[in-house]
Design a binder for this molecule. Structure first.
Ligand SMILES: Nc1ncnc2c1ncn2[C@@H]1O[C@H](COP(=O)(O)OP(=O)(O)OP(=O)(O)O)[C@@H](O)[C@H]1O
Length: 886
């Protein structure tokens, strides 16, 4: 066809991302177009070529293949080739640019390119794109992003910690809530929020082997977080293909024993993790050989969360040395640390009179465990069930060497009767060793025909989980779970209300951990703790010390370990000699425990409570979560998304949908959408009631992917629609433009905190008058209706030129908006980080507690952010032309 000439420039109507094409052959009925952007050469039938001629007009900006830009003043044409005459923007020289010399990169705004190519998408797709952009900006601006979709009850003490800790640039803290109050949940929330806000990218979780699966499942179920378990075998395998196995995944769980292996030390330290979480951290023993390795790992990772309900389980000095892992400079002198504690009472009194949160932070910062340690206590939270204690004295027992001990140990008889009398309820039994568990299991099977579930270190992880599930099963589960001491930590057994202590540990913190399996969040019933013991046994010796001395069975016992430090010698001697403890020791224990409790109550506990939860702030966080995760908004958006993108959704009830990919999916797949479908809800309560239902919120990977698809691809980026408004002349037209501003910076700077996506909507009439304040998007949507593709294309042909002119002007306006936005963000970066710097430097003057590296990191962050913000990205993400047609 004669209208095609070699050298002319065209856009592909269907693949605008190929940039500006150049006709290289135009003979007969075919034309050849080269697209330099991706080096493709396409052959088209001239009559049906899906191409749009690319022509600029005077006043517009052109770009030469060498990269410089010019403003067009005049056009001329010869043999079908247009030549542009104008002025170079950089040198102000007059230039002449024939169209073959135009750059193939016409504009970095795909929406504009698509408009020029005559593309118009469905109105509903355009609306969805704009909505997605608003949701993205709202999400990035939300103060509680990452906490919106946690599948948990919104408990103030947990959310306060989650938000406070996750917002710190490099948090290094001890999460030490009393047993069962939700440290794992808090850690999960912190991880989730940090990942969702780009504050963290790579996370390493270290837990006792017995808790690895539980963590994996909790992270997935409650936070939609995918972790991978790494063990020796996995590392060996990965090491065959890569130098560092830990770089193959972003979120990794390993066992506490694993990190002690020197073999993987350097790989772990070099794996660029930015957050390390160590559960049951009281096991980190400063006097153990491998402590140096753990210390090195803790030093190599900027963020560190240590979790323990019993920080002083292994003594006060161990506690101090673990605090030192968090902040070696602050906790540099043990004696000074002890001395400081003597002043906690006065400090607490002083702190109580401070009403300003920032001042309180400063005060807590300067003394004691300050803002490093978070400990919530049952007494402060309230609402926990009562504990009842039943000590059952049984006759003395001496095992017969020729018979298994369990044949005539009176505790076994008691246990069998107990199971029989309590057929309708389950019991958890904890004893010291795996051997005891195996013997007891045999005893119950042989003597009573009871099949007990077991849990001990001799079983594999999968066997343990299977066994715990057998115990938990309501229909045909076991009435009792026999656990060795490994079952006394971390596991969740709050669906049980009876605990049988088959023996007693000498360390009160271990007893506390055992009781904590049942006395934890979610426990609905009064807890019955049974201690069947034989007269003259170790348990008979320990019982009065625990019960009368410190009331350890009925209440939480934070001072147990200290009492053990004070009376341990007497206890060990009494056990060795098989003699009861003297009344005097019991009396002294009682007096000391009362005195210490009182002292803690006035100082230590108060200070910890002030740091662990500030109720007003916690309530504000919950309010924020409720506002920012409005169920209807998420649901409306996702339902519309599924409809447009070919995901079948079937309503199951008011709150649940079954969704499955259809044959008409417009995208290759969605994260979290398996082939055979999935049931989802947008409602937290439903999510808590139905474990198998996915909880969709703005935090969920599927919802995030939907937002990402809509914003990063071209879906709905251009649209021509009609409106019927008799108040304005027929044929009047309007241009609606959506701009976004983003700032790209290295992930480690967590740039989103200061520079979340900003959106600007402009609405122009054909004269270029800006109307966005007067006519909202919603109002326009009410009047807008669909236009068929053909008419849309005709309109575009007519309005392309004038629309382009208006866009040109609007871009100027958007740039001014961007400058204001960036200047606010720049000020916020400087203000916040300078304030933080001043705080750290002031703190350093009071005591040498601040690491120089912390100050350096802060300065570096500020410098990087301030550099990044100099190159913000303004994008025109969506364009709509509305033509009045009545
Ligand atoms: N906000 C919540 N909503 C629902 N369940 C919760 C919530 N917080 C905690 N739980 C449940 O309560 C139990 C205790 O929580 P978690 O395991 O996090 O406590 P912990 O402090 O880590 O326990 P431990 O001291 O034994 O290590 C778990 O079963 C957990 O799933």
């Amino acid at each position: 066809m004669s209208e095609f000439r070699v050298g002319q420039r065209y856009l592909s109507e269907t693949e605008t991302e190929m940039g500006l094409g150049l006709i290289t052959q135009a003979e007969g009925r075919h034309i050849t177009v080269m697209f330099p952007a991706n080096g493709e050469v396409r052959l088209y039938a001239a009559q049906e070529a899906p191409l749009v001629r690319y022509l600029l007009q005077d006043g517009q900006q052109g770009k030469h293949a060498d990269g410089w830009t010019f403003i067009i003043e005049e056009l001329s044409e010869a043999a079908g080739i247009v030549t542009y005459h104008g002025k170079r923007e950089d040198t102000q020289e007059q230039v002449t640019v024939p169209e073959p010399q135009l750059s193939y990169q016409i504009d970095n705004n795909p929406a504009l390119t698509r408009l020029l190519a005559g593309q118009s998408e469905r109105l509903d797709m355009y609306q969805l794109r704009c909505e997605a952009n608003q949701h993205i900006a709202a999400y990035q601006n939300s103060e509680v992003a990452g906490l919106l979709g946690v599948r948990t009850q919104l408990l103030p003490h947990q959310l306060y910690i989650a938000k406070t800790v996750s917002d710190r640039y490099h948090p290094r803290v001890l999460l030490a809530d009393e047993v069962g109050l939700g440290k794992t949940i808090e850690a999960g929330m912190i991880i989730k929020r940090r990942l969702m806000t780009d504050r963290s990218q790579r996370v390493l979780v270290v837990v006792p082997e017995s808790l690895m699966h539980q963590w994996l499942i909790e992270m997935r179920r409650r936070f939609a977080l995918s972790f991978t378990l790494f063990d020796e075998e996995r590392c060996e395998q990965a090491a065959e293909d890569t130098d560092n196995p830990f770089l193959t995944e972003q979120h990794i769980i390993v066992s506490s024993d694993f990190i002690k292996e020197p073999k993987w030390q350097s790989a772990l330290s070099d794996a660029d993790f930015d957050l390390l979480v160590i559960d049951e951290a009281h096991h980190l023993q400063p006097d153990a050989d491998e402590f140096a390795q753990v210390k090195a790992l803790c030093e190599s990772i900027p963020g560190l969360l240590l979790l323990t309900a019993t920080p002083e389980q292994e003594g006060s000095e161990g506690h101090f040395l673990r605090l030192q892992l968090l902040d070696p400079d602050r906790f540099s002198d043990y004696e000074a640390f002890l001395k400081e504690q003597e002043h906690y009472k006065e400090l607490a009194e002083q702190a109580e009179s401070v009403t300003d949160d920032k001042k309180l932070d400063e005060l807590l910062d300067k003394y004691g465990t300050g803002r490093v340690m978070f400990r919530n206590r049952r007494a402060d939270i309230g609402g926990f069930p009562e504990r009842r204690f039943h000590a059952i004295e049984l006759p003395e027992f001496t095992p017969d060497e020729d018979m298994p001990w369990w044949m005539d140990d009176p505790r076994v008889d008691w246990l069998i009767s107990h199971i029989k009398e309590n057929r309708n309820s389950k019991a958890l039994l904890i004893c010291k060793t795996a051997e005891q568990v195996l013997d007891l299991s045999e005893a119950l099977r042989v003597l009573a025909g009871v099949q007990a579930a077991t849990f001990h270190e001799g079983m594999t992880l999968t066997e343990r989980d299977r066994s715990a599930a057998f115990f938990a099963s309501e229909e045909d589960g076991s009435p009792i779970l026999l656990c060795s001491e490994i079952g006394s930590e971390g596991r969740n057994f709050q669906f049980v209300s009876q605990l049988v202590l088959f023996d007693l540990p000498t360390n009160p913190d271990l007893l506390e951990q055992r009781i904590g399996r049942l006395d934890r969040i979610g426990q609905q019933n009064t807890i019955d703790i049974y201690l069947p013991y034989n007269a003259g046994s170790n348990e008979a010796i320990l019982l009065p010390w625990y019960e009368q001395g410190m009331n350890a069975f009925r209440q939480c016992n934070a001072i147990g370990r200290k009492l053990y430090d004070a009376f341990g010698n007497f206890i060990e001697t009494a056990i060795e000699k098989r003699q009861p403890l003297s009344d005097d020791i019991i009396q002294q224990t009682q007096e000391l425990s009362e005195a210490w409790r009182e002292l803690n109550k006035q100082g230590h506990d108060k200070l910890q409570a002030m740091n662990a939860c500030r109720p007003e702030q916690a309530e504000r966080i919950i309010e924020h979560i409720n506002t920012d995760s409005d169920v209807d908004t998420v649901a409306d958006f996702m339902l519309a998304f599924w409809d447009r993108f070919g995901v079948n959704n079937e309503v199951l009830d008011e709150n649940r949908w079954f969704i499955r990919a259809s044959e008409h999916m417009r995208i290759p797949g969605l994260p979290g959408l398996p082939e055979d479908g999935i049931t989802v809800t947008f409602d937290r309560v439903t999510a808590l009631n139905f474990e198998d239902v996915d909880f969709l919120s703005w935090d969920h990977p599927m919802v995030q992917a939907a937002l990402e698809f809509l914003s990063s691809d071209d879906f709905g980026s251009t649209c021509v629609a009609q409106m019927k408004n008799t108040a304005i002349p027929a044929g009047a037209w309007f241009l609606e433009l959506d701009f976004t501003n983003t700032v790209a910076a290295p992930a480690k700077t967590a740039v989103q905190e200061f520079c979340p996506q900003g959106n600007l909507r402009l609405l122009l009439d054909s004269q270029g008058r800006e109307l966005s304040d007067k006519v909202s998007r919603e109002l326009l949507d009410q009047q807008a209706s669909f236009l068929d593709k053909k008419t849309a294309r005709q309109i575009l042909k007519q309005l392309r030129g004038p629309a382009q002119d208006l866009i040109h002007g609007a871009q100027e306006q958007a740039r001014r908006w961007q400058e204001d936005l960036i200047s606010d963000q720049r000020a916020k970066i400087s203000d916040t980080l300078q304030r933080e710097l001043t705080r750290l430097e002031a703190l350093k003057d009071v005591n040498p507690s601040v690491r120089e590296s912390e100050i350096e990191a802060l300065k570096e962050r500020e410098a990087t952010l301030l550099t990044a913000i100099e190159q913000p990205q303004l994008s025109l993400t969506a364009i709509r032309i509305l033509v009045n047609n009545h």
